[in-house]
Design a protein around this ligand. Structure first.
Ligand SMILES: Nc1nc2c(ncn2[C@@H]2O[C@H](COP(=O)(O)OP(=O)(O)OP(=O)(O)O)[C@@H](O)[C@H]2O)c(=O)[nH]1
Ligand SMILES: [Mg+2]
Length: 373
């Protein structure tokens, strides 16, 4: 099955015009698909290429327009390159570039690999960089090893800190009318897969079978993970000493900053009836999300804060650059976004002094539900 882009490590190549970015992508993939020429400004758009890299796995290489293109159109394009940073997990930077750009990458805490390009003709190798030649292939292996090293540092588990290898885990997954027909939703599939990879036993049931499932086990499970909509039914059935959490809480930690989201949810409960709230969805059209973001969440918000509150919704890449008109941003679970993308939105909200939370944490707070993690 094809790996979705949200599961791929996003590796973006940045540098000035003609520095050899597209050639480097061709050298990494061993295919001459990116257009290369000695005319500055050859790459005019973000170009994404799905690849499998040794010790990295599924990756998405992102070719970008030159950063130093100062023509009118070029300025727009280089602006695009800077925007690409928002979706970048690992940045490969072809030196030299403006210090300001490197500072921007560091501010977003994106792992960066610095490269001296065209090593076959370069007269000097920049400090702390890997010398690489797309023409001779020199340094390409070292570059891929460095990418693998950066991936290792940033890889994290969904069930980190909640489940240990070998645990028995009961998953409570309602398959009601809001569930898609004939399949499981992505967060459930991903948790089950990860538990299997970690040598855990994953036992799935719907809420009405939980009591039966627990009583049929010789020993209580270590963890119960429930859909937050089933919490009211599940909580009283979970024995003392068994850890209880929800898929949304796990994903809030995996795809964001759970502490910040919890603070945001506390703030949400104190907002006045004049509040202005921004709901941000990652997908432009996903029925289940639409249901939560457009119907369920607004209903809960109005019930708690009053009918006068103003709620606006944005979707996809359509996230405002100025968040200050809003009292809070409520983001979806971001199953279609990478962690980095969500973190860069969090960084933006933080720098503008605007509170942020996500669907799962906000709904839990509005319903007065508490989880162990
Ligand atoms: N000698 C040498 N030439 C290279 C190397 N890599 C790229 N070039 C040449 O440098 C020129 C620019 O290469 P591109 O890959 O198009 O550079 P780019 O950074 O993608 O350029 P823009 O898309 O215009 O920003 C081409 O003429 C390439 O043949 C290299 O490793 N060694
Ligand atoms: Mg190019």
């Amino acid at each position: 099955m094809k790996t979705p882009n949200s599961e791929r490590v996003h590796i973006a190549i940045f540098g000035n015009c003609n520095s050899g970015k597209s050639s480097l992508i061709n050298a990494i993939t061993g295919e001459q698909t990116a257009i290369v020429s000695d005319v500055a400004g050859t790459t005019t758009d973000l170009v994404k290429r799905a690849v499998e890299l040794p010790n990295v796995g599924a990756a998405l290489l992102i070719d970008t327009p030159g950063l130093d293109d100062n023509t009118a159109l070029g300025t727009l394009r280089s602006e695009q390159s800077r925007k690409a940073l928002m979706q970048t997990d690992i940045a490969i930077v072809l030196l030299p570039v403006e210090d300001k750009f490197l500072a921007q990458i560091r501010a977003l805490e994106i792992p960066v690999i610095q490269v001296t390009p065209k090593a076959d003709i370069a007269t000097e190798v920049y400090k702390d960089s890997i010398a690489v030649s797309a023409t001779t292939g020199k340094g390409i292996d070292s570059l891929i090893t460095a990418i693998a090293g950066s991936c290792e540092q940033s890889s994290r588990l969904i069930t980190e800190g909640v489940c240990s290898s070998g645990d028995t885990v009961v998953l409570v997954m309602p398959q009601d009318s809001s569930a898609p027909k004939g399949r499981l939703i992505k967060p459930q599939v991903e948790v089950i897969r990860e538990l299997l990879d970690r040598g855990c036993s994953a036992i799935c049931c719907q809420p009405d079978r939980l009591a039966h499932t627990l009583s049929s086990l010789a020993k209580p499970p270590q963890v119960v993970i429930a859909d937050s909509s089933a919490f009211a039914t599940v909580k009283p059935l979970v024995p003392q000493g068994v850890r209880l959490t929800s898929f949304s809480i796990l994903f809030a930690a995996y795809k964001g900053d759970i502490e910040l989201f919890r603070e945001g949810a506390k703030h949400l409960l104190t907002l006045p009836p004049t509040a202005r709230i921004l709901i941000a969805e990652a997908c432009s059209h996903t029925p289940q999300n639409e249901d939560i973001g457009r119907v369920k969440l607004p209903r809960l918000l109005r019930k708690k804060l009053g009918d006068e509150i103003r709620i606006e919704t944005v979707s996809g890449a359509d996230f405002p650059t100025d968040l200050t008109p809003y009292d809070i941003v409520i983001h979806c679970g971001a199953c279609m976004f990478t962690r980095r993308y969500v973190l860069s939105r969090i960084a933006q909200a933080k720098s503008q002094g605007v509170a942020m939370t996500n669907y799962g944490v906000a709904i839990a707070a509005l319903l007065g539900i508490e989880t162990d993690k």
